[in-house]
Write a protein that binds this ligand. Structure first.
Ligand code: FES
Length: 301
C-alpha cells in the first residue's frame, strides 16, 4: 500500500517557494502538459555562485508539488556546483522517502535542476525540445527514449513497471511496453556486457529442444513472474500459468485483467511475443480466461 510521510504531506499542503521569480538568474523547465507533469524552477544565483533563492511552478501530482517544494528548500544557500549534484534519491530522502511508484516526481524535480544548471553554465542539453510525441517511446506520457535509458542506468531498473515508476512511461495504454522492454535489455547489456543477464537470456530461444517440459514450464513461469505479472499487478490484475503442453502455453487472467476480452487479446499477443523472444520462438499462448459475458453484451435498447 502506498504510504506518504508527514513531510511529503506538509510540503504538498504548505508548499514552500511557490511562484515565478521576476529576477531569477536562470530558469530550468522540463515536462509538458501532454505528459501530465511540467515544472519550472527559478534560481537566483549570487556573484559568489551560491543560490540565494529558489522558487517553482508545477503542474502535476501532489508528490510533484512536494518534491519541487523540497528541492527549493534544499537548494537555498548551496554553491551552484554542489546543488547540481542533487539526485532524485536525495530529494526523496529529504522528504523521508517516497513510494517507488511516485519516484518520477523526484526525477522531474532533478531534471528541472539540471536544466537550470545547464543553462547557467551555457551547456547545451542535447535532449532539449525532444519531449514531443514524434520523439516519444511512450506517446501517452510523451516520454522520450533518453529519459528511459537514463532511469534504467541511474536506478538499475530491470522491469517495465519500474520504468513507469521513475518516468511515467508505460503507465497508460501499455502499447509501449514491448519497446520499453527492448530498451531495458539493450541498456542493461551495455551496462554489464560481460555479465550473464539476470533474466532468462534470449539465447534460450529455440533451445527448448534440449530441455524437458518441466524445465520449459519453469522458464515460462520465470518470464511471467519477472516480466509480466508485476506490470499487471499495478492495475489490479494477475496472470496464472495453467499448463504447458508442447509449444502451447495455457494462461488465465485474474482480477482487473479478466474483465475485458479485448485487453485480454492484446495481453495474449504481448505475452506470446515476450515468451517467444525469451524462451522459444514456437510458443503459442492460449488464454483460458472465462470473461464475464454481461460486460461485453451489446447495450439494451
Ligand atoms: S504509449 Fe506508453 S502507455 Fe500508452
Amino acid at each position: 500500500m502506498t504510504t506518504v510521510t508527514d513531510k511529503v504531506r506538509d510540503h504538498f499542503i504548505n508548499p514552500r517557494n511557490v511562484g515565478e521569480m521576476a529576477d531569477a538568474t536562470v530558469v530550468g523547465e522540463v515536462g509538458s502538459l501532454a505528459s501530465g507533469q511540467a515544472l519550472k524552477l527559478y534560481l537566483k544565483i549570487g556573484a559568489d555562485e551560491r543560490i540565494e533563492a529558489a522558487s517553482f511552478k508545477v503542474f502535476g501530482s501532489p508528490q510533484a508539488i512536494a518534491a519541487s517544494s523540497a528541492l527549493t528548500e534544499m537548494l537555498k544557500g548551496k554553491p551552484v556546483d554542489d546543488a547540481a549534484r542533487i539526485t532524485a534519491d536525495d530529494i526523496a530522502a529529504y522528504l523521508g522517502g517516497l513510494p517507488p511508484e511516485k519516484m518520477h516526481a523526484c526525477v522531474i524535480a532533478m531534471e528541472a535542476l539540471e536544466a537550470a544548471y545547464a543553462r547557467f553554465r551555457g551547456i547545451a542539453l542535447d535532449n532539449e525540445g525532444e519531449e514531443d510525441l514524434h520523439h516519444s517511446v511512450c506517446r501517452c506520457y510523451s516520454v522520450p527514449e533518453h529519459k528511459i535509458e537514463r532511469a534504467i542506468r541511474d536506478h538499475n531498473l530491470t522491469h517495465v513497471y519500474q520504468v513507469t515508476h521513475y518516468t511515467t512511461a508505460g503507465g497508460g495504454c501499455g502499447s509501449c511496453h514491448v519497446d520499453i522492454m527492448q530498451i531495458i535489455d539493450r541498456v542493461r547489456a551495455e551496462m554489464a556486457p560481460a555479465k550473464p543477464a539476470t533474466r532468462p537470456a534470449p539465447a534460450l530461444a529455440g533451445a527448448t529442444g534440449n530441455v524437458s517440459n518441466l524445465q520449459k514450464m519453469q522458464l515460462i513461469q520465470e518470464v511471467l513472474d519477472r516480466e509480466i505479472r508485476p506490470g499487471l499487478a499495478m492495475d489490479g490484475g494477475d496472470m496464472e500459468l495453467v499448463d504447458v503442453q508442447g509449444n502451447q502455453v495455457f494462461v488465465r487472467l485474474h482480477g482487473h485483467c479478466n474483465s475485458c476480452s479485448s485487453s485480454s487479446a492484446t495481453m495474449k499477443f504481448f505475452v506470446q511475443d515476450r515468451l517467444r523472444e525469451m524462451v522459444d520462438p514456437n510458443l503459442e499462448v492460449i488464454d483460458t480466461t472465462e470473461h464475464s459475458a454481461e460486460l461485453h453484451a451489446p447495450p439494451m435498447r
